[in-house]
Design a protein around this ligand. Structure first.
Ligand code: VG1
Ligand code: CO
Length: 609
């Protein structure tokens, strides 16, 4: 039953992991050996000592083709020497839950048929079958992320090794006789070859590890329960038909007593119900309507006779690592969200008081994320790291205190990205549910006295701006543009950066603003010294405003240009402008600077958020 079948194959072009995993159209992934080649290349890139007798996680976000892909990975992992394979029920695990499972789950000791299967190890890594915020379904995208033993996304040295394997692959190795596993029911399946080797496949409740971690190690569920019990408080969490549904139901309804109406679209669907499960102002259409927020993040007019919107709203992406936070008629930018969570962390979230800690010891944000977090860090007197886009760069900072690095201990730690990703070192992924519970914790902290009217999300954010100033912020995405045009545009911008730094006249239409710095962001990891170059082009102006350009590393068709805009106004300035007005001059400068219309043919971005 565990005999290994060798199947000849040949390299497939373009299997280079991007910002987070390999993403291609579903049709591409379903093509001959496409998934198999990538899985084999990943296994080949891992140390043999880890694979042999080791434990591996495989699950995904429920998208089309995922159940079949889970079975493929199980058979290939067994052939690579893995003795335990862990799968969430129905093949589901959110990305942060995979991280929690890798870090915390203990192996079962008895199989469902009574066979003793003691002696298993904790997991050394996991395959997450998801294209994350990309659309799903037969006409959408599929993807594979690989996470390492710390529970975090594979760093560049591993993804480079995987890519090298894809280019030289000759053989697939499969335990072809292993039956397909019934993923519908939690059970421990043991398969023996009669010669002393047993392979164990454990199917378990998808939510249990992650929920236990959040409940017992991070938040005060009692305080959250009290908030949700207030008759003047209501909330809506849009799971967008992705994998967050089972977790949102387990936490909000089962643990915290919220009504079923608090969870929208909470049953995972292979096509995400036909919506694009990306929690932003463009794609989370249903939620922004419920919350009375417009596509530009402003307050929508209250429809006559309609009930008031809930006090708190949130949305998740397909694999549930992202979050969008809304108040009634109010949008919280992800950059503000991570700053505000940090400001309240010590007071509102027990995790940040563990072991005598007085709040986070350090924070980090991706380069394009606004500087709102830096201001909170300065006030707290802690370091704020600026890393390239992509969660993998946060992991080393969180693990810095391990003996291998012998460095400073930066934990507890908060980090975030402008792209609706927020998290802490309780896992090594961004964690949408964590962000929602962090915001509920802030609300619970501010609203502990039920006899006083509710302090709203909007009030909390406005108070924060009054104290720290406001980083007006938005991002324009030009999705699926012609790749050659986008590349030429970026090359021209690099040329302008060079010219500026050589002291040449900056040929820039700056609308009255002075350019003080221009560069291509290059990051040297302070923990292991690894260097990541070409991480985005920055133009920084005299008043601290920034324009940043990057090409997406997660898009599938053509290229996606991201243009990030930021302007800081201090607490005494005008904090109440609509974002579009506050950034109008900067947007005009960015469009002229980049000539994006000439290069891509697009007059409008596809997403503004
Ligand atoms: C985007 C975001 C980035 C995020 C990445 C993965 O990458 O900008 O901040 O970490 O998606 O998110 P890019 O290269 O397209 O800009 V997920 O939720 O899709 O894993
Ligand atoms: Co995601």
């Amino acid at each position: 039953m565990l005999a290994v079948t060798e199947i000849p194959t040949s390299p497939i072009e373009g299997q280079k992991p991007g910002t987070s995993g390999l993403r291609k159209s579903t049709a591409t992934f379903m093509g001959p050996n496409y998934l198999q080649n990538f899985v084999q290349s990943t296994l080949n890139a891992l140390p043999a000592a880890q694979l042999s007798g080791g434990t591996l996680v495989v699950s995904g976000d429920g998208r089309y083709f995922m159940p079949e892909a889970v079975q493929v990975v199980i058979k290939m992992a067994a052939a690579a020497g893995v003795d335990r394979i862990w799968v969430g029920q129905h093949g589901l695990l959110s990305t942060p839950a995979v991280s929690a499972v890798i870090r915390n789950r203990k192996p079962a000791e008895v199989a469902t048929d009574g066979t003793a299967v003691a002696g298993g190890k904790a997991a050394f890594g996991g395959f997450i079958l998801t294209a994350s915020h990309n659309p799903g379904g037969p006409d959408g995208d599929f993807g594979v992320k690989y996470n390492c033993e710390n529970g975090g996304p594979a760093p560049e040295k591993i993804t480079d090794a995987i890519f090298a394997q894809t280019q030289a692959l000759t053989t697939l190795r499969v335990c072809a006789a292993l039956p397909d596993i019934d993923l519908g029911t939690p059970a421990v399946h043991a398969f023996s070859d009669g010669g002393g080797r047993t392979v164990v496949v454990e199917v378990f409740d998808a939510a249990e590890d992650h929920v236990a971690l959040l409940r017992d190690g991070v938040f005060d569920f009692g305080a959250l329960k009290a908030l949700l019990a207030r008759p003047d408080f209501s909330m809506a969490y849009d799971c967008m038909h992705g994998v967050q549904g089972p977790y949102a139901v387990a936490v909000l309804q089962a643990e915290l007593g919220a009504p079923a109406s608090a969870c929208l679209n909470a049953v995972p669907s292979p096509t995400f119900g036909g919506v694009h499960a990306d929690p932003n102002l463009t794609y989370a259409e249903e939620l922004i309507e419920v919350m009375h927020v417009t596509r530009l993040g402003t307050r929508a007019p209250h429809p006559a006779g309609a009930p008031p919107p809930p006090d708190f709203g949130a949305a998740a992406d397909g694999d549930a690592d992202r979050n969008m936070i809304l108040g009634a008629g109010f949008f919280v930018t992800p950059s503000d969200s991570v700053a505000i969570i940090t400001a309240y962390a010590e007071r509102a979230i027990p995790f940040f008081r563990q072991g005598g800690a007085a709040g986070p010891r350090a924070v980090a944000r991706s380069m394009p994320t606004s500087g709102a977090l830096d201001r909170v860090a300065a006030k707290l007197g802690i370091t704020c790291f600026e890393v390239p886009t992509g969660w993998k760069f946060f992991g080393n900072l969180m693990d810095s205190a391990t003996p291998a690095f012998g460095g400073a201990d930066y934990t507890p730690f908060v980090c975030g990205e402008e792209s609706f990703g927020t998290g802490a070192n309780h896992v090594r992924e961004k964690d949408g549910l964590w962000a929602v519970l962090a915001w509920l914790s802030i609300l619970a902290f501010r609203n502990a006295d039920a006899s006083v009217p509710l302090v709203s999300v909007e009030q909390i954010v406005r108070e924060h701006w009054a104290e720290y100033g406001r980083n007006y912020y938005c991002r324009y995405d030009y999705e699926g543009v012609d790749k050659a045009g986008a590349t030429a545009m970026m090359a021209r911008l690099v040329g302008m950066v060079d010219m500026f730094n050589l002291g040449g006249a900056a040929p820039l239409a700056l609308h009255g603003n002075t350019l003080v710095k221009a560069d291509e962001f290059c990051y040297t990891d302070p923990v292991d010294g690894s260097v990541s170059a070409h991480q985005g082009i920055r133009f920084i102006f005299g008043d601290g405003s920034r324009i940043v350009f990057r090409l997406s590393g997660t898009g599938v068709a053509g290229a996606t240009v991201r243009m990030y805009l930021e302007r800081y106004v201090d607490g005494a300035g005008d904090l109440g402008m609509p974002t579009a007005d506050a950034l109008a001059t900067l947007v005009a400068a960015a469009l002229e600077l980049s000539q994006i219309e000439q290069f891509t043919g697009r007059t409008e971005p596809s997403v503004i958020t």
